[in-house]
Design a protein around this ligand. Structure first.
Ligand code: DUC
Ligand code: ZN
Ligand code: ZN
Length: 465
């Protein structure tokens, strides 16, 4: 199958130019001008007035994550389908090592969940909950199998938590095998002390989830793990950074030349602690790190994105129904499953708030949602590029289209939206995954099982720093 995407504006990190894109089979054959009528194709997609961008890459999702006695609701089928509707053509999900189990068992379980079900391509990172001599050795094998990143937590004592020794040992191991440590950086033990004090005082509403997880607890843990990485001589990537206190630590680290990288998520740019009020309704917004007060965090995070102290925006997509799942925490905010739906809305929210809002250029938008994650997670230039030889993961994007976000029209398998009623400008007209159109003007045309596992190489962080 040969397709020509004609007359669009190709937007890449390097600049924007009027060009046609010729797709042959699963890859991009050529990017150039004047191809219409000159090349034989099966279909021509007219992109006049539209942008042609590399498909979005969301490097932080949790399909079917077991958490708080339940499971994140989206499967690889529903979650990647929703991603495709939102212009995201690659996800990297977190396989989970349970305590007392091997990395292998966790990874095999995630392969079984995804294989034959995903609509777009997917990779895995590995959550390490049990750092032992054996699991440290297993890391080398995972790197060789295309799973080169490992997420550890300074939060969630008794569940995912690792102490400093475990984190440092895992970092040393990545120094030998080329992998990357991704850190959930909040001081979990200190948070648990404050949370228990609030509950003892009868402060059990969801709102207090947002209060007890102090920004300084995130700042402290962020500084600590960056310092540990510097001591181990390895790069480190801070996931879902939410607060100025943590951003300042990343800024300082980068200023002194440390290989510290970080992502934030749409919820920290568009939602705030205020959303967590209104009684138990606030449970819809319970995630960790929590939503922060709007000032000063929102604009500082945007500044971080502009100045490249933050390189990526991913979603931490981890959806739980309000009815039946979030409700597990009625009467005790500590029992509310942590996580928000978001995989479908990231690209449009960032376009609306970033590009339309005048905070970032459209080229920087493409970098943040696609090219930087491809580079940092070993997928570039197969993914994240509009260039000959790259996978034809492409979006014909209408920068003027408007839609109202709502749970009644979204495709994520969850009974509410954090952005209910918000109008966003910008939307995906045509979404292509490896040369196949998977979404066309709001209709799904893809296929369960089309998505393939991506073996990823460790990124060259020396070059990225
Ligand atoms: N944070 C969340 O909100 N959900 C899943 C795990 C995490 O770290
Ligand atoms: Zn996390
Ligand atoms: Zn997460």
């Amino acid at each position: 199958m040969r397709t020509l995407i004609a007359n669009g504006t190709v937007v890449t990190t390097g600049g924007s130019t009027s060009a046609d894109v010729l797709v042959d089979g699963e890859t991009i054959a050529a990017v150039g001008t004047g191809m219409a009528g000159m090349v034989q194709v099966d279909e021509t997609i007219d992109a006049t007035g539209k942008w042609v961008i590399p498909g979005g890459i969301d490097v932080h999702t949790h399909m079917e994550l077991p958490f708080g006695g339940t499971f994140a609701k989206d499967t690889f089928e529903t979650g990647t389908r929703a991603a495709a509707f939102g212009g995201t053509t690659t996800i990297v999900d977190f396989a989970v090592q349970s305590k007392g189990k091997s990395l292998r068992e966790g990874l095999d379980a995630w392969h079984a969940k995804a294989e034959g079900n995903a609509v777009v391509d997917y990779g895995f990172h590995m959550i390490m909950s049990d750092v032992t001599d054996d699991s440290l050795k297993e890391m080398d094998q995972l790197v060789a199998e295309g799973v080169p990143d490992f997420k550890l937590f300074t939060a969630y004592p008794g569940v995912f938590y690792s102490d400093d020794a475990a984190i440092f040992r895992a970092m040393q191991q990545t120094g030998r095998n080329g992998g990357l440590i991704m850190m959930h950086a909040e001081n979990g033990p200190a948070i648990d002390v404050v949370a228990a004090q609030f509950v003892a005082d009868g402060k059990t509403d969801p709102y207090y989830h947002g209060v007890v997880r102090y920004p300084i607890f995130e700042g402290e843990a962020t500084n600590r793990v960056i310092r540990l990485a510097e001591a181990a001589g390895v790069p480190v990537y801070i996931v879902h950074l939410s607060a100025l206190e943590a951003l300042d630590q990343v800024r300082q680290a980068r200023d002194r030349g440390a290989a510290a990288f970080a992502e934030t998520c749409p919820q920290y740019l568009f939602l705030s602690l205020d959303d967590m009020g209104n009684g138990f309704e606030g449970s819809k917004f319970v995630c960790s790190p929590p939503l922060r007060p709007r000032d000063p965090h929102w604009e500082e995070l945007w500044k971080g994105l502009r100045k490249d102290d933050l390189q990526v925006v991913s979603t931490d997509h981890c959806p739980f129904d309000f009815h039946g799942q979030k409700e597990l925490g009625r009467g005790d905010f500590r029992k509310i499953p942590n996580g928000l739906p978001g995989v479908e809305d990231r690209v449009d929210l960032l376009h609306d708030g970033g590009v339309v809002g005048g905070r970032i250029s459209k080229e920087r938008w493409v970098e943040i949602i696609s090219t930087a994650p491809a580079r940092m997670f070993g997928m570039y230039p197969q993914k994240g590029a509009v260039a000959a030889g790259a996978d034809a993961d492409l979006v014909v994007y209408d920068p003027n289209r408007k839609r109202v976000i709502s749970a009644t029209s979204h495709h994520m398998d969850v009974d509410y939206s954090c952005y209910e009623g918000r109008t966003v400008q910008g939307g995906s007209d045509v979404v292509m995954s490896r040369g196949s159109v998977v979404v066309r003007n709001g209709t799904f045309t893809g296929r369960k099982g089309h998505g393939r596992f991506l073996r990823r190489a460790p990124a060259d962080f020396a070059r990225l720093a």
